[in-house]
Unconditional design. Sequence first.
Length: 115
Amino acid sequence: MRVFVEGPFMEEVATSQIECPYCSEPINAKSKKCKHCGEILDPQMREIELLKSQRNSPQVFMNAGGAAAAASSSNGGPVKRFPHWLHIILTIVSGLLWLPVYVLMYLFRNRRYYY
């Protein structure tokens, strides 16, 4: 391929180009990543990206597979942590809502069977 550089003198600069093995677009032979499809061409960089993606998305295996499949097929965003303080507050509130039921059951119990 011939490329002409504009300037005081028109120079011809030879650039070597190859086809991307993934999208078949012409790219620079020294490229490590395709500018068209974004695939990494350098094997060492590809290995590093693979390790990064494995570190950022932990593998979760469960017996049923439903939640594990949903977790592994997520869009790659960060995993949100569950707020445990909210869980504790909701547990206390729901327990207190049942308190009047337990008191009424105690007061109107069958005294022949229960003390």
